[in-house]
Design a binder for this molecule. Structure first.
Ligand code: ADE
Length: 285
């Protein structure tokens, strides 16, 4: 499905700045940059941690852009209510489909969902994986819907073809932290965001295994030595040692990844975890 072109109502755009929250205007030069559009009741929570370190520098440099949209700006009525009690009873409040539908439509990007996914952060979602982050990083941008309270009305998720993504089997107070996690994992895979020194090639999940341990100077610390092989200068031996360490730690900590790594390519259902971590996603859409 294709979204309508966006309007500028009720939005804060964050581009290049030394103080990210001070630069809240649309910047035409960022038109082609990957963009995260976040729908939230707390736009002041952004850029949050994304305004610091590598992601913050990349934001300043215009390698990606961030826009925080206040959901409440799309509510109507005297009180601008965004939520109501759950149908059928129960505790808490549910975000209303009419308000969310308006917010999503008013900020829709002119791309189909495979080019510009719309994600709802929720513990009910598919687990976030490196493969998912890779897919998102090749899109033009994405919209992230952050819930609070007991969640959002299911009808808006169905009617607007919204994917649900979870960052783990635990419950956060709202989707904003989860959105920042997802954006961080995605933005660092955009070309030129990571320098050569921080290459994403060797890290955990890039080949289906957890990463080997790392060491640096001093060579002896509290009587503990750096493994001899790492000081040998023998690249072949170092690579072999790292591979065996990666395999050992994966086998011990993540039997799911280990089974997938050992399974023949394209083989049984056991290869799902590996495919998810290193190759492609579990696509059902
Ligand atoms: N919102 C609340 N808990 C969450 C989780 N575990 N993942 C994503 N979004 C959430």
């Amino acid at each position: 499905m294709t979204d309508k072109p966006s309007k500028s109502h009720g939005r804060l755009s964050i581009g290049a700045s030394l103080k990210p929250r001070e630069l809240m205007t649309e910047r035409p030069e960022l038109a082609g940059a990957w963009k995260a559009r976040v729908l939230t009741l707390y736009p002041e929570m952004f850029p949050g941690i994304l305004g610091q370190s590598l992601t913050g520098k990349a934001l300043q440099d215009g390698l990606w852009a961030l826009e925080a949209v206040n959901i409440r700006d799309h509510a109507t009525g005297k009180h601008r209510n965004v939520d109501d009690t759950p149908a059928g009873g129960g505790a808490g409040m549910v975000l209303r489909a009419d308000v969310l539908g308006k917010a999503i439509d008013a900020t829709a990007a002119p791309y189909p969902r495979d080019i510009w996914p719309v994600i709802y952060l929720s513990p009910r979602g598919k687990p976030l994986t490196q493969a998912m982050a890779k897919r998102f990083s090749t899109c033009r941008g994405m919209t992230l819907l952050c819930g609070r309270f007991e969640g959002v009305d299911q009808r808006v998720l169905d009617a607007r073809h919204i994917e649900e993504v979870s960052i783990g089997d635990f419950v956060l107070t709202g989707g904003e932290l989860a959105a920042q996690v997802l954006i961080d994992a995605t933005v660092r895979l955009i070309p030129r965001v990571l320098g050569n020194a921080e290459s994403a090639e060797d890290e955990s999940f890039s080949n289906g295994l957890l990463e080997h341990p790392q060491y640096t100077r001093p060579t002896v610390w509290e009587g503990l030595q750096i493994p001899e092989v790492l000081l040998s200068g023998h690249h072949g031996n170092i690579a072999a040692w790292r591979q065996s360490q990666s395999e050992a730690v994966t086998k011990e900590r993540r039997p799911d990844l280990w089974r997938a790594y050992k399974a023949p390519a394209g083989g049984s259902e056991l290869s799902d975890a590996h495919n998810t971590a290193a190759k492609g996603e579990d696509k059902d859409d």
